[in-house]
Design a protein around this ligand. Structure first.
Ligand SMILES: *Cc1c(COP(=O)(O)O)cnc(C)c1O
Length: 417
């Protein structure tokens, strides 16, 4: 009997196999049929330390028996208070608003930016975005993301934004000039939203920290709010706790999700500057921040995040990311000589390389071919178009990474020409 489950980003008409995973530990997933898969993409960029990390699993179990869920509008609980204080210490922004996914963290940031100008009596609603960005799949986050086949059907509902070109190698000045021109326009923008240092879904497109810093400075000069979407890049993925650290910048609004709980349970946070909080604080109820979701600051999820932060404080997480980075470099160096590949790049625990493709039709076939081949060889891989990448949990060993690259090499050799 076929399953009633409708899967995300899955074309059920193709009849591709859908493995059933029953347990996980470290960098490995165990399937119902006995197969084991190396989680080459951290279960879609969320698992940081490893699956079923013991300290996080224990915190979840303990909290589930103590306080499971409660209203967060006008009430609070110790796990949320502790977590908010830790986030303020770690991230350098004074206020924390909880939600439950990366998309909602971004929606909240956009609403806070618009609310900020509204409450100050300034008419500002233009939003600036970087080309090839991804910020989520809700209507608002699709609006600030790259337009394409993913959102064509919904295009009539998406709001207009102004796009700054991606700072490709040698083209950074074009990006900065475009941003400067948009910020200096008479009708001032409300905010500029960016994925710091690496555009994930756009194809693991990496750009220099100096460009991130220059973009942040342009926004500051023109009093345009700077929103850093660190949903993917945060929690060590780029080699530092936040990608923004590498550019020495602090945004006005910061979006965190995925790795906030080590990737075990869903939780998100939008952090805001004092000015943005203050523009909403008043004795008028009409100026409060009108947003909530049922599971805002769920205690079990906050307990998981507190355990994650304890790991960050007590263990050498960045040392593990650095070791993973060295293993990725070694594998990429071997792959880079392959005649069908080019553009090897690595930042933190993310390694990527592009397949040379002749035409878009071919492009649409390469990713599922590679995915299927890797699956047969025990590797969970999910290329983005012609971009093949590895983003494993930080606990993945050098030999596991070596094997993953060998599998990728074989999968490429097995591609039809
Ligand atoms: C994954 C992602 C999101 C969306 O997060 P969800 O938890 O899937 O809603 C937003 N921004 C970036 C940069 C992401 O990588």
């Amino acid at each position: 009997m076929s399953s009633p489950v409708w899967h995300p980003f899955t074309q059920h008409g193709l009849g591709e196999p859908i493995p059933q995973v029953i347990s996980a530990a470290g960098a490995w997933l165990d399937c119902a049929d006995g197969r084991r898969l190396l989680d080459g993409i951290s279960s879609w960029w969320v698992t940081t330390h490893g699956h079923c990390e013991p300290r996080i699993a224990a915190a979840i179990a303990a909290q589930a028996g103590r306080l499971d869920q409660m209203i967060f509008a006008g009430y609070t609980h110790p796990q949320a208070e502790t977590l908010a204080r830790s986030l303020v210490d770690l991230m350098g922004l004074p206020h924390v608003f909880f939600s439950d996914s990366g998309s909602t963290a971004v929606e909240v940031a956009l609403k806070m930016a618009l609310g900020h100008w509204h409450n100050r009596g300034e008419r500002r609603h233009r939003l600036l975005v970087l080309a090839h960005s991804y910020h989520g799949d809700t209507i608002g986050t699709m609006s600030v993301g790259e337009r394409g086949v993913f959102n064509r059907a919904y295009e009539p509902l998406l709001f207009d934004v102004e796009t700054v070109p991606f700072p490709a190698e040698g083209a950074a000045q074009t990006t900065l000039d475009a941003l400067e021109a948009l910020c200096a326009a008479p009708e001032k923008p409300a905010a500029f939203i960016v994925e710091p240092l690496v555009l994930g879904a756009g194809g693991m497109l990496v750009y220099p920290a100096a460009v991130l810093r220059a973009m942040r400075e342009i926004c500051a000069q023109h009093d345009v709010l700077f929103i850093a979407d660190e949903v993917m890049t945060g929690w060590g993925r780029t080699g530092t706790l936040l990608a923004c650290e590498q550019a020495g910048v602090v945004p006005d609004l910061l979006c965190l999700a995925k790795g906030l709980t080590g990737g075990a349970v869903p939780l998100a946070a939008t952090m805001a500057s004092a000015a943005i909080f203050e523009s909403h604080r008043s004795d008028e109820r009409a100026r409060m921040f009108f947003h909530s979701s049922s599971f805002t600051a769920n205690p079990i999820c906050c307990a998981a995040a507190n355990a994650n932060i304890a790991i960050w404080r007590e263990e050498d997480v960045l040392g593990r990311v650095a070791a993973l980075g060295a293993a990725l470099d070694a594998g990429l160096a071997d792959l880079a000589v392959h005649p069908r590949l080019h553009g090897a790049r690595r930042i933190g625990g993310i390694g990527a390389i592009d397949l040379k493709v002749a035409d878009a039709g071919y492009l649409s076939d390469a990713a599922p071919h590679l995915r299927a081949h890797a699956l047969d060889a025990g590797l969970l891989l999910r290329p983005l178009g012609n971009t093949i990448y590895l983003m494993p949990p930080y606990c993945a060993s050098a030999s596991e990474i070596r094997n993953a690259f060998a599998t990728i090499g074989n999968a490429i050799d097995a591609l039809p020409r």
